[in-house]
Design a protein around this ligand. Structure first.
Ligand code: G6P
Length: 758
C-alpha cells in the first residue's frame, strides 16, 4: 500500500511566510532600484570627470599637435600619465596615428584604436564602457580642434571602472544582508504573533469543544480568544449544549418513569419536605378569587388568565397565603380588616391577603406601567409600549406595598415566596432587602424579548436589578432564559455564569431556569361529567343556535397578542376556499373582556365585533353564522363544555409565553377526538408538536389548517391527541410547581448587599 505523504504547515507559519515573502519582494524591488540608481550616478560622475580632463587637456594638446611627433612627446611630458582611477590619456593625429600616451594606456591599444577610428569618422566625441577579459573601463575620445574648428587630432581619456564595480557589489551585499534580516525578523514575529493570538487559542477552543461533546463536566471556554464575541458565543453554545443534554437526559428519564404522574397529594407531600416547616407564599397582581357586585350583591368570580389557572391548584394542595391586589368591587366587603379571607370560599385551604390600591395607583402601576409598558414590550405583537415617569413611580410604590404585605404574612418565620409575573418585577429585591433569609423565586409568565427590544424601557436596569433580588428566576422557555441573560449582560454590571445559568449581583446569586407551566386535569375541577356534561352541551348548542354543527373553539382574554383578528380572517378565508362547509361548521370564540380601561383593549373588542359582523354578513344564511363571538366572562364549567364539544381548538397568539388554553383543550379531550391548531409563536408549540402548527400571520396556511383539521382521519386525530395528552398529563401543573420549588429550595440562600431601586 502506498502512503501519500502530506505535509501540513500550520496556519501561523503560512501566514508568516506569506507576509515575509510579500514584504521581502517589496523591499527587494526597492533595493534593486536604489542600487541601479547609484550605479547610474557613478557612471555619470565618471563621464563628468572624463570631460573635465578632456577639457583641461584640449589646449595643451592642440598646441603640441602642431609640433612634430618627437617634440610633441616631449611637450606632453608626464601630462598623459594616470592617477588612481584614471588609467591614462592618449593623443592621436587625424589619421589615427598615436602621438603620445600614458604608460597604463598601452594595455588597451586595440580598444582605443577602434574608438579613435569611430570618433574620427563621425567627427564627434564618443563615450564607451568596455569590458575586456581582465578589465572594465570607461573611455572618452574627444576631438581636438584647431582654432578654425577643423579636427586636428583626438584625445582619449581612459578610466578604470573596477572601483565602481566593487562599490556596487558592496552595496548589494549590504542591502542583501538587511533585507534578509528584515524578512527573517518579520517571519519570526508574524509566526509567533499568529501562533500566540490565533493558533494557540483556537486550538484550545477546538479542544474545549471536543471535550464539550464527549465529557460530562467541562469548565469555561478558554479565555483570550482572538475575537471577544467568540468567547461569549462559545459560552452560550456551551450553555445550550448543556441544556439540550440535560433535556435529553430528562426526556430519557421521563420515558423510564412514564407512569410517574405528579398529583395534588404528591405535590403537597413534596412541598412539606421542601418548606421544612416554613410557609408558602404566592404574590401576584391578580387575585385567584374576586368579588364583584351583581344586582347589589357580592358575586364570586375566578378571573380569566393563565396565572390563576396554574397557581390556585398549587396553593390548594399546599396551603399558605396568596397576596394579591383586591381589585373586585365587593372585595373589601368580603375580607377582614387586614384584607384577609379564606379561600376557596366553599372549601377553604389557604389565605387570600388582599392589597388595596387607590384608583390612581392602580391606573399608574397596573394599567399604565405593567400593561401599556411592559406587556407590549415583552410581546412582540407590533404594539408600541408607552412609558410614563408617573406610571413608573406608581409601579415602584405598588411593588413595595405588595412586598410589605408579603412580609407581614411571612411573620418572622421561614418562608418560601413565589412572586408572579411582570407586574412584580421589583418585589423580589424589596423582599430580600428586609428578609435576606427568605427563599424568593419569581416566575415570569410572559415572554422575555431579546436585549434590543427590552432596552428601550427607560427603567430596564432597575427592573433587572429588582428581578435579580430573587434566588431563582423562572421562564417558560430556554429561549426566554437566554434572552434574559443576554439582557443582563448588555445592561448592567453583573457577573454572568453561562455555565450554570446564573447571575451574581452585589454578592447575591440568582439562578435562571426554564419551567414550562401547565394545567391540572379537568377531572380535578368542579366541572360536569357524563350525562350532566352532555346535557350542558346540548343546552349550550341550543342557546347559541349551534344545532349539530361541527365546531371549532377559541377561548381567550380579548388581548391583541392573542391573534384574534388573524383568527377571524382565517375563518373567513376558509369559507371562501371551502364553500361546501357553509352551514356545516361554525367557529365559536369565547372572549373575556380584559384591561378595558386601556383604550387599545377597548377598541380591540369593537374592532373584533365589527370584523365578526362583517364576516357573518358575507357568509351567513338564514339559519347559520360562520362566527359566534361570545364576549363575556365565562365560568370554568362553560369553558370546559365548549372545549369538550369542539372538534377543533384554535390558539393563534402572535406571541405568548406558554398559552394554557392549548393545554386545557388537550386536557378536555379524553375521547381523543379533537385537533389543536396552534400558533408557532406560543410557548406551548414547543411541547405540543402534534398540533397543526401555524403562523397566524399566514392566512392561507391558517385557513388550510382548518380544512385539514376538519378532514383529518379519526385515526390520525387520535394518535396526535393521545401523544399530546400524555405530554400534558405527565407535565402537569403539579410537576411544574414541584420542579420550581425543588429548584428554589435546593440551594442555600446567598445574602445580597442591597441597593435602593429607583
Ligand atoms: C396573563 C399574565 C398574568 C395575568 C393574566 C390576566 O396570563 O401573564 O399575569 O394575570 O394574563 O391578565 P390580567 O391583567 O387580567 O391580570
Amino acid at each position: 500500500m502506498a502512503y501519500k505523504f502530506s505535509f501540513h504547515l500550520p496556519n501561523s507559519v503560512r501566514m508568516g511566510l506569506l507576509i515575509a515573502a510579500l514584504i521581502g519582494l517589496f523591499i527587494g524591488a526597492l533595493a534593486w532600484f536604489q542600487i541601479e540608481r547609484e550605479r547610474r550616478n557613478d557612471l555619470e560622475e565618471m563621464d563628468r570627470r572624463a570631460y573635465v580632463i578632456a577639457h583641461q587637456m584640449a589646449y595643451p594638446a592642440q598646441v603640441a599637435l602642431q609640433l612634430p611627433d618627437s617634440e610633441a612627446v616631449t611637450a606632453f611630458g608626464s601630462m598623459l600619465e594616470g592617477y588612481r582611477r584614471l588609467i591614462g590619456l592618449a593623443v592621436y593625429r587625424t589619421d589615427g596615428r598615436l602621438v603620445a600616451a600614458g604608460k597604463g594606456v598601452a594595455d588597451f591599444a586595440d580598444v582605443l584604436q577602434q574608438a579613435v577610428g569611430k570618433t574620427q569618422a563621425e567627427r564627434k566625441d564618443t563615450v564607451e564602457i568596455r569590458r575586456t577579459a581582465d578589465a572594465h573601463i570607461h573611455l572618452l575620445v574627444s576631438v581636438i580642434r584647431a582654432p578654425d574648428g577643423q579636427p586636428q587630432g583626438a584625445l582619449a581619456v581612459l578610466h578604470d571602472l573596477v572601483g565602481l564595480d566593487e562599490r556596487a557589489t558592496h552595496r548589494q551585499a549590504l542591502f542583501g544582508f538587511w533585507i534578509g534580516f528584515i524578512v527573517l525578523s518579520l517571519l519570526i514575529l508574524t509566526v509567533a504573533g499568529a501562533w500566540v493570538l490565533y493558533d494557540r487559542p483556537l486550538n484550545r477552543l477546538a479542544e474545549w469543544m471536543r471535550r464539550l461533546r464527549t465529557d460530562d463536566e467541562v469548565g469555561a471556554p478558554p479565555i483570550e480568544l482572538p475575537v471577544a464575541r467568540l468567547a461569549s458565543e462559545s459560552d452560550r453554545l456551551a450553555a445550550l449544549f448543556r441544556t439540550a443534554r440535560t433535556a435529553h437526559q430528562a426526556q430519557a428519564r421521563a420515558v423510564v418513569r412514564a407512569d410517574n404522574i405528579w398529583t395534588r397529594d404528591r405535590l403537597r407531600a413534596h412541598v412539606v419536605d421542601c418548606l421544612r416547616g416554613g410557609q408558602l407564599l404566592v404574590v401576584s397582581n391578580r387575585e385567584p378569587y374576586m368579588h364583584e357586585l351583581r344586582d347589589g350583591k357580592p358575586r364570586l368570580i375566578m378571573p380569566a388568565g393563565g396565572l390563576v389557572t396554574a397557581l390556585d391548584p398549587v396553593l390548594q394542595a399546599c396551603g399558605g397565603a396568596w397576596v394579591a391586589h383586591g381589585s373586585g368591587e365587593a372585595d373589601r366587603q368580603m375580607a377582614d380588616a387586614q384584607g384577609r379571607l379564606a379561600v376557596p370560599p366553599d372549601d377553604p385551604t389557604y389565605t387570600l391577603r388582599r392589597v388595596w390600591l387607590s384608583r390612581e395607583e392602580e391606573q399608574g402601576y397596573y394599567y399604565g406601567f405593567a400593561n401599556e409598558g411592559l406587556w407590549p414590550l415583552c410581546h412582540l405583537a407590533h404594539e408600541r409600549p408607552i412609558f410614563r415617569a408617573s406610571d413608573w413611580e406608581h409601579y415602584v410604590r405598588a411593588n413595595r406595598r405588595f412586598a410589605d404585605a408579603t412580609l407581614e404574612e411571612a411573620g418572622s418565620g421561614p418562608a418560601v415566596v413565589l412572586v408572579q409575573d411582570y407586574q412584580m418585577a421589583l418585589a423580589p429585591r424589596f423582599l430580600k432587602e428586609s428578609r435576606p433569609d427568605l427563599a424568593v423565586g419569581i416566575f415570569w409568565h410572559i415572554p422575555w424579548p431579546n436585549p434590543e427590544a427590552f432596552r428601550i424601557c427607560p427603567w430596564a436596569p432597575d427592573l433587572l436589578r429588582g428581578l435579580l433580588g430573587a434566588d431563582l428566576i423562572g421562564f417558560h422557555l430556554q429561549q426566554h432564559c437566554n434572552n434574559f441573560l443576554d439582557t443582563v449582560d448588555r445592561m448592567i454590571e453583573a457577573r454572568l455564569d453561562w455555565d450554570h445559568f446564573a447571575v451574581e449581583l452585589q454578592g447575591h446569586t440568582s439562578r435562571v431556569r426554564p419551567f414550562p407551566i401547565s394545567v391540572e386535569s379537568w377531572a380535578e375541577r368542579h366541572v360536569l361529567t357524563g350525562a350532566d356534561l352532555e346535557r350542558q352541551i346540548s343546552d349550550l348548542r341550543q342557546r347559541y343556535e349551534l344545532g349539530d354543527l361541527r365546531l371549532a373553539v377559541g377561548v381567550d382574554r380579548i388581548d391583541y397578542t392573542k391573534g384574534l383578528t388573524e383568527r377571524f380572517r382565517a375563518v373567513a378565508r376558509f369559507f371562501e376556499r371551502c364553500p361546501n362547509y357553509r352551514g356545516q361548521f361554525t367557529f365559536v370564540q369565547l372572549g373575556a373582556p380584559s384591561r378595558t380601561h386601556i383604550p387599545r383593549y377597548r377598541n380591540y373588542i369593537s374592532e373584533l365585533e365589527a370584523l365578526a359582523d362583517d364576516i357573518n354578513w358575507r357568509f351567513q344564511t338564514e339559519s347559520w353564522k360562520p362566527i359566534r363571538f361570545l364576549v363575556g366572562h365565562h365560568d370554568g364549567v362553560t369553558v370546559h363544555a365548549f372545549l369538550h364539544m369542539a372538534e377543533i381548538g384554535i390558539v393563534s397568539s402572535l406571541h405568548d409565553g406558554m398559552n394554557l388554553v392549548a393545554k386545557e383543550f388537550v386536557a378536555a379531550k379524553p375521547d381523543l377526538d379533537g385537533v389543536l391548531i396552534l400558533s408557532e409563536f406560543a410557548g406551548a408549540a414547543r411541547e405540543l408538536s402534534d398540533a397543526l402548527i401555524i403562523n397566524p400571520y399566514d392566512t392561507e396556511q391558517f385557513a388550510e389548517a382548518i380544512r385539514r383539521a376538519l378532514e383529518m382521519s379519526p385515526a390520525e386525530r387520535q394518535e396526535r391527541m393521545a401523544r399530546m395528552r400524555r405530554q400534558v398529563e405527565e407535565h402537569n401543573i403539579y410537576r411544574w410547581a414541584a420542579n420550581f420549588l425543588t429548584d428554589l429550595t435546593a440551594v442555600p440562600i446567598s445574602n445580597p448587599q442591597t441597593q435602593e431601586i429607583a
